[in-house]
Design a protein around this ligand. Structure first.
Ligand code: MLT
Length: 413
């Protein structure tokens, strides 16, 4: 008899975005003539920019020659891309990160999920609520979450960090000691941000408690306001306590192409039960060389092209496009009386739904009445109940039409 990993049985429902997809498909089958507007999962709609396409085409041709052909690449990523990232994302901002602290991968979803491999299943994990579901589900799979209580909507061993309008969507420091802390800013799902001072408190906490912060800054390219940190490594001392996840998905339109990176400072340490300090960088490097064969050469050349002068201009234009969509959503909703958050430094708008409806009821209402697909706040955790997320990654036409549909119905009321 082959025993299974029973931790999987503790997972609740299916993965959030799969549940939404199933609901939407079933509605579409029953209503084939209705035009749907998808502002649910944060998936980009702008095509790849010319600089990226040219670089990828060139690299395909290179692989078609005997001299240019390449087989397996380095598991940590090609040096040309790691160098480009270290210089452009970090050193240009005076952040001391070197290329050998960067690991190229095929996505931050995978990295932020897989990173758990190198930590003990006894680690106490703190997770904001609401949160990107991958952080929680992967810890459930690893056995760090314990049993689920349907009464509280919480797992017994997870330390939840509620984020709501009362605390400005900035979680308070944990009341008890924790080992691993997930933070994501600009935040998914609420679209809100941390200042340097806010983030500094967490770095301080991590130092005092020998914790490690898993910092997801996949949306940093959407920051518009000054003095908001793009990277946790802008905070003094963070190299001793943090890992950072970054992605080309939303920045470069790579959700389908797949390329991301994880930054692990060489000085970051974890501990054995005997209190022996071990390099986290070494462990991750070992994990990657065993379980990963590297992101494709073609994709890494495409990602590198984002850092050319043309590439930068072109991807900036796409980011501005999505930020304009966010503005249209936010201002459009506010005009008809919704309370909104985010949408300024982020492609996500988080809105308070009308009293008397749950997040899933509001999801059904938008789908059935307006054929608009969004994401229910409670899908991101119990503190997301009463809220709803719309993404700015749709086309301009769809974004404007979604807001018009809502505004017209409001006028009819
Ligand atoms: C989201 O909608 O939260 C994200 O697109 C999901 C992801 O990046 O995996």
């Amino acid at each position: 008899m082959c025993l299974i990993n029973e931790n999987f049985l503790e997972l609740q429902d299916s993965y959030l975005f799969s549940t939404i997809h199933q609901k939407v498909e079933s509605y579409r089958e029953k209503n084939p003539d209705k035009k749907m507007i998808r502002l649910g999962i944060g998936d980009v709609t702008r095509p790849l920019v010319p600089a990226v396409v040219e670089a990828m085409q060139k690299s395909v041709l290179e692989l078609s020659t005997a001299e240019g052909f390449r087989g397996y690449g380095p598991e940590q990523g090609y040096e040309f891309l790691r160098k480009a990232i270290a210089q452009n994302e970090y050193q240009k901002r005076n952040i001391d990160i070197t290329e050998d602290e960067i690991f190229i991968s095929d996505g931050s979803k995978c990295d932020s999920g897989n990173i758990g491999d190198i930590f003990s299943s006894d680690c106490v994990v703190a997770i904001p609520d609401p949160v990107y579901p991958v952080y929680l589900d992967t810890n459930v799979m690893a056995g760090r979450a314990g049993k689920f209580s349907s009464k509280t909507g919480h797992y017994e061993k997870i330390v939840y960090l509620p984020m709501n309008a009362e605390n400005n969507f900035k979680p308070d420091l944990p009341k008890k000691r924790v080992d691993l802390i997930y933070l994501c800013f600009p935040n998914n799902p609420t679209g809100t941000v941390f200042t340097k001072e806010d983030l500094g408190k967490w770095v301080q906490y991590a130092k005092e408690n020998q914790s490690i912060i898993l910092y997801d800054s996949a949306y940093e390219a959407f920051l518009t306001e000054k003095d908001i940190p793009h990277s946790i490594f802008e905070i003094e001392g963070a190299k001793d306590v943090a890992i950072e996840f970054r992605s080309f998905s939303k920045t470069g339109g790579f959700t389908g192409v797949r390329c991301a990176y994880t930054v692990i400072p060489k000085q970051l340490k974890g501990y054995t039960r005997k209190k022996e300090a071990i390099s986290i960088h070494k462990l991750w490097s070992r994990r990657m060389s065993t379980k990963f064969n590297g992101t494709s050469y073609i994709v890494q050349r495409g990602a590198e092209a984002i850092y050319s002068e043309e590439g930068q201009k072109q991807i900036r234009a796409n980011i501005e496009y999505y930020l304009e969509n966010a503005k249209i959503i936010k201002e459009g909703l506010e005009k008809i009386g919704y309370e909104t958050y985010g949408g300024v430094n982020s492609p996500y708008v988080w809105l308070k739904i009308p009293k008397g409806m749950t997040s899933w009821e509001f999801f059904d209402y938008l789908l059935e009445e307006f054929q608009i697909v969004g994401t229910p706040g409670s899908g991101f955790g119990p503190s997301g109940e009463g809220y709803f997320r719309l993404t700015a990654f749709g086309t301009r036409e769809d974004t404007e039409e979604a807001i018009q549909r809502l505004q017209i119905s409001k006028k009819k009321e």
